[in-house]
Write a protein that binds this ligand. Structure first.
Ligand code: WT7
Length: 663
């Protein structure tokens, strides 16, 4: 990690100067402010006493036993709301059944082919209780793990909430991951049961979830049962393993809708979610019960200004943390109506998102910059075909939003009427930590603005000294309730990864800039983590997948700036043997083979955009690959400092070769 990297974030071609000179400002519209859940700056004062602030928020939850102490902090291990007892499914469901919300829509679901299902809180309760009893009948007990590999169907949150109800930790694996990636995650957490479906729809195609699961569980000794939800229907010829596979409908058919909720400790594990870090092996991020729920409930209410009348839609996939916190747990804990959509934004046409906003009268929309940039490319006609007048608030997450995309979102989707909340957080942080409060904060296009009340963030230099105005590394100086409790099975890695770079502080892996008004501008990752269309990937993970192929001797992967996806994946590869005599055709064949190999090892989300063969990789004298210089090559820049290289000629040759190919 060097300052040079920081000055050239992987994210944007904009220079720091461009950001510093951003002059446009948008104060909260009066009408919005008057009705907002948070109307004044006073809340930031309250947040200064962070323990008191979070304790007040935790009081909004339903507890079966109150905590004894707000925080026990043994750096870097935190316990929040010590000795408190509660259950997440009670907070997301049961508490609403005693109110008029019993008949309110909890989940509005739209399948890609166009079907609609609405579940009231009462109906959701029945489904969750029956499925929870079903899981128990398969022998799943409190403290065990369940892996969920499902399409975006209501059964996915039902399965999660059922796990929470009986005290089993879930680990949701995104449907775009391959059989091998699924297998590794099941084995890492030793799941007893896998819940999947016969398939899901994506761009009219069928996602082969059951086939992948069958492949995966060949090598997962911990798994006793696979529960299969028939999303596609009985017409599908789904391969079936008697004794192991269980049909979801048959499992719940004879179960009652009463399953007493397990009383959970504040610090009991709620879920594990695997994410990519700076090594080849994904990390199982652990989130526990009370602190996590406090974080997501509070941020959803304050940042999205959630009200009972809202129709709230977060377009993420539940396979990622955004879906966990802001489709399922945050909205349901607030008794909101949350929309779920199964498929792709361009199916059957490029106005699908706007058709959904119109159809359900969506009032709050939360999506990603990569999607917004795609919509910009498709043009204004698509949103303009639809009635978007119900929208009142827009959100963005996943990567830095460039000011152009922010303005387009604000003007074309929000018609200048809706505040845009750019929310910064991570799988590890559990909930949003840096964001405007829409009724309070004056917005600047492209800035996530300020830390949430009760959160203490800073921008520091290499030595950990605060940078008053300018660029540095983003750190968090105090524990927060929804913070990760560690990496599953690897406490040492947790310490080294997050708490060692700047002693006493959490290092997020992001660069950030602070302007003269104290606003924060996120600059993207400064480590070996990539964002590709909002998906988080590790360069090392892709490199491991490449060298797993017998043809490959060595590989270096970098993220090249991409106008829509943020990063494109470029792999520099040295082969063990020379490519055949057939020149270009042979090269093409090997490239395709290697791309397919990465897809098999990780999933289609990690398929390299470009593969370039090279006789050698640029390395330092101590043998470290200089990825920074490879990025210079791939982005067509003058080469940075090459003085530490063992042989500077290698990278020069590579640059010429690349320019030749590009030209
Ligand atoms: C990384 C975390 C948790 C949300 C989904 C992504 C980047 C996230 C922003 C933002 C700039 C952002 C960071 C972060 N990121 N939100 N508003 N502005 N960058 O979760 O997959 O764990 O990725 O996403 O680089 O470290 P994730």
């Amino acid at each position: 990690m060097s300052t040079e990297i920081l000055m050239k974030p992987k994210t944007s071609k904009k220079t720091l100067e461009d950001l510093l000179t951003e002059k446009r400002k948008f104060a909260p519209p009066k009408k919005f402010r008057e009705q907002a859940n948070v109307k004044t700056e006073k809340i930031y004062q309250e947040g200064k006493n962070s323990l008191k602030f979070w304790e007040k928020q935790a009081q909004e939850l339903v507890w079966s036993k109150k905590w004894k102490k707000v925080l026990e902090w043994k750096l870097p291990f935190a316990k929040w709301f010590v000795d408190g007892k509660l259950n997440v499914s009670v907070n997301c469901i049961d508490r609403h059944l005693a109110t008029w919300r019993k008949t309110k829509a909890a989940i509005i679901w739209e399948g890609e082919p166009g079907e609609t299902r609405t579940l009231t809180y009462q109906q959701l309760s029945r489904e969750v209780n029956r499925f929870a009893n079903g899981l128990k009948s398969l022998g799943v007990a409190k403290g065990e793990r369940v892996v969920i590999y499902m399409p975006m169907a209501p059964e996915l949150p039902i399965a999660m909430l059922a796990c929470a109800r009986i005290g089993a930790a879930h680990s949701v694996v995104f449907g775009g991951f391959s059989a091998e990636a699924l297998r590794d995650r099941i084995n890492d957490c030793k799941a007893k049961v896998v819940i999947t479906a016969d398939g899901g729809y994506r761009r009219g195609n069928i996602v082969p979830l059951k086939q992948n699961t069958d492949e995966a569980v060949k090598e997962t000794p911990s798994v006793t049962h696979v529960v299969v939800y028939k999303r596609l229907g009985k017409t599908q010829n789904t391969p079936w393993t008697q004794g192991r596979d269980v049909d979801w409908d048959e499992l719940v058919a004879n179960q009652t809708a009463v399953c007493p909720a397990e009383e959970m400790d504040s610090e009991d594990l709620l879920y594990i979610l695997y994410t990519s870090g700076t090594t080849g092996k994904p990390k199982g991020i652990m989130h526990t019960t009370a602190g996590y729920l406090t974080g997501v409930k509070t941020t959803t209410k304050f940042i999205f200004d959630l009200k009972d009348e809202d129709v709230y839609w977060c377009t993420a996939d539940i396979g990622w943390v955004t879906g966990h916190s802001y489709i399922v747990y945050g909205p349901l804990a607030n008794g909101a109506t949350t929309v779920m959509y199964e498929g792709s934004p361009d199916w059957p046409d490029k106005d699908r998102f706007w058709a959904i906003v119109e159809k359900y009268g969506v009032t709050i929309l939360y999506t990603a910059p990569t999607a917004i940039r795609t919509f910009m490319k498709w043009g204004e006609d698509y949103p303009n075909r639809r009635d978007l007048s119900t929208l009142r608030l827009l959100g963005s997450v996943g990567e830095p939003i460039n000011p152009e995309a922010w303005m387009w979102y604000h003007q074309i989707i929000g018609k200048g009427r809706c505040p845009v909340v750019d929310t910064w957080w991570q799988t590890e942080t559990g909930s949003i930590l840096i964001s405007p409060l829409p009724g309070v904060t004056t917005l600047k296009p492209g800035s996530a603005t300020k830390p949430f009340p009760g959160v203490e963030a800073d921008v520091v230099d290499e030595q950990g000294k605060p940078v008053k105005i300018g660029a540095g590394y983003l750190i968090l100086k105090q524990p927060w309730p929804s913070m990760l409790r560690g990496i599953y099975g690897d406490p040492e890695r947790y310490k080294a990864q997050y708490w060692s770079r700047f002693p006493g502080a959490y290092f997020a892996g992001d660069g950030a800039k602070r302007d003269k008004d104290g606003y924060l501008w996120l600059l993207g990752r400064v480590d070996d983590v990539l964002k590709v269309s909002g998906h988080r990937l590790s360069t090392m993970e892709i490199e491991s997948a490449l060298v797993d192929n017998p043809k490959v001797a060595e590989a270096a992967v970098i993220g090249r700036h991409h106008d829509i996806k943020e990063n494109a994946i470029v792999a520099f590869v040295t082969l063990k043997e020379k490519i055949g005599s057939n020149g270009a055709a042979d090269r093409e064949e090997v490239i395709n083979e290697l791309k397919a190999h990465v897809v098999k090892k990780i999933g289609s989300l990690a398929r390299p955009d470009e593969i370039l063969f090279t006789a050698e990789l640029p390395k330092t004298r101590s043998g470290k690959i200089m990825r920074r210089l490879l990025r210079d090559v791939a982005e067509g820049r003058a080469l940075g400092d090459t003085t530490t290289l063992a042989d500077p000629n290698i990278v020069r040759t590579l640059k010429e070769k690349y320019e030749h190919l590009e030209g």
